[in-house]
Design a binder for this molecule. Sequence first.
Ligand code: NAD
Ligand code: AHE
Ligand code: ZN
Length: 368
Amino acid sequence: MKTRAAVAWQAGQSLTIEEVDLAGPQAGEVLVEIKATGICHTDYYTLSGADPEGLFPAILGHEGAGVVVETGANVKSLKPGDHVIPLYTPECRECKFCLSRKTNLCQAIRTTQGRGLMPDSTSRFSLHGKPILHYMGTSTFSNFIVVPEIALAKIRNDAPFDKVCYIGCGVTTGIGAVVFTAKVEAGANIAVFGLGGIGLNVIQGARMVGADRIIGIDINPEREPLAREFGMTDFLNPNEVDDVVNAIVQMTGGGVDYSFECTGHTGVMRQALECTHKGWGRSIIIGVAAAGAEINTRPFQLVTGRKWEGSAFGGARGRSDVPRIVDWYMQGKIKIDPLITHTLKLEDINEGFSLMKTGKSIRAVIVY
Ligand code: NAD
Ligand code: AHE
Ligand code: ZN
């Protein structure tokens, strides 16, 4: 079949809209009509050329929601008409990683996914007979996609696609980092570095679990009002204080219990670690840093009890946890609508990237 898609031909270039050929689902695969997709900073990161796994030409996008159109042989858990969110972190429930119960990083298809291919090492997308690569196993900048069954979370049918698509990455990443990775307890003090599409969800996750002080740090002062609405209690602009780390240590009588890094800058990662409390502080890296970037700190920071950790997709097990997060939204436990600042057509996807780069959007969502 044909599908409309935004194709990334080369790093650093604008996307172009094409009528792409899409081969049908093989055994264990599902054809999905994507109804809406968010644009995440990670799409921009890959398009910029900084991603060591960035391959071209490819169809980017990993924050979508849609409807099952057709299932391949042996697909048992889904049927046409089911509403789904594609998962860049699948959940096979059989691999060593899934069975460990210690991580959400299912590795069943990670190798081929990282090469832009389906599990049989081929692409379902092509144009004029030449393959176009998948991205993060999802490629939600295409109206129709083929995805393995293990990479689809079945969600309730009454959830609006143009809002819950954001649960496909940003919402789950931010709230999950608090709830699943750090398991922040009521009364804890936390710091959130970067108040964009991820950091604001960390903030609402922290409020949901009953954190006490929620300190937000961003160089963009326009982020302050929305962050306060989401639960931030204190705001720091690094351009207005001499030493961010010292400011946080002073404000909290020794440092925060947990910090979350949501910018992708290694210098900020260091600040996030060093503003945590001696003896027990935990700093969770969420931001994705460019190829070749490395983090630094004095080992003494770790010797004295701070822990440096990371979180991918908020530590969420997609097929199990994503439907629950959709329920939280539908029940009003979490907010999504105020974070979707722009709704665009696929034709305007490059404008969506510009809005993010210039700090004008939190999330721009493409509606097909
Ligand atoms: P975003 O562009 O919406 O937000 C980034 C925010 O950081 C902006 O508000 C910006 O003003 C702020 N910022 C930039 N430099 C700063 C500095 N020096 N100090 C303080 N604030 C600063 O991006 P996003 O969509 O929220 O993504 C944030 C990061 O998380 C990106 O690196 C993205 O790739 C990554 N990410 C990781 C995961 C994961 O699973 N680990 C998932 C999604 C996104
Ligand atoms: N190819 C990148 C990996 C970037 C990365 O860490 N991605 C996150 C998700 S970001 C979503 O917006 C992730 O899930 N990582 C785990 C994994 O297996 O990729 C690079 O920098 O190499
Ligand atoms: Zn993302």
